[in-house]
Ligand binder design. Sequence first.
Ligand code: SF4
Ligand code: SF4
Length: 266
Amino acid sequence: MKILTSVAIEPTNHCNFDCVMCYRGERERGYMSWKTFIEVMYQIKKIRTINLIGLNFAGEPLLHPNFLEMINYINSQKDFRIVLQSHFPFVALKRGYSIAFTTNGSLLMPEKFDALNGKVDRIQISIDGSKEDTEKQRVGSSYDTIKRNALYAIFHKMPNTKIAIHATKTTQTQESLKKFKSDWQNADEVTIIDAHNENLVRSSRLPQLSLYCHELNHYLVVLWNGDITTCCGDLAGRNICGNLFNGGISKGTKPGSLCKECNIYR
Ligand code: SF4
Ligand code: SF4
């Protein structure tokens, strides 16, 4: 049953880090233009069941010079959205959108966080265990900066903004991650997933749904240049199946080459 409920918008696939586990691949790098962003929002508004917008995909979203304007624009859209629920009454109405994004934390300085605070439902910050492990895995990072920014966010956030701290487990980090959950106990959520590769991302997020792909039925991604892909694991753009300016999001998505290698689809 294809009913779109969430869309990821990729402000940019540029990044200021070069992590060892990153699989963005060689896809052309760029920044979403304001015209493309407005077109995405125009098309999203026409599909009433979309109520969650993820404002990141590959890359570091806070590098986009208009990131805050994007958040403000989404928040200014107050039309009613239809929320599908798994419990009675199965459908609810909600004004406006829920917004979430993931960041490597390096650019979430206190003044940037203050500008976003209360305007975003969930911010996920990636940190990989100890200072030594984080800086080894996240090449180009400063653990002290990320930690300072994350702590500021945790202790200054408004009640409607959740802060999630997220780690990627590899053979390098598994030891220092043993006390990760207690180290970050003041965050709203702490998650650890196995090291990224396209298959692990999918299997860790959707462990039981072996015959039903949530991504293909309820989700799509609009990349910075307007290309459309199916899957939260498709950072490299292997499943691109359309473009915003040629068919658009209402055309939906279809399985691509990545799906043929995926436990969920085959
Ligand atoms: S922070 Fe994310 S997007 Fe940037 S290099 Fe690391 S894994 Fe890739
Ligand atoms: S690769 Fe295809 S089948 Fe697998 S999760 Fe992504 S969209 Fe679904």
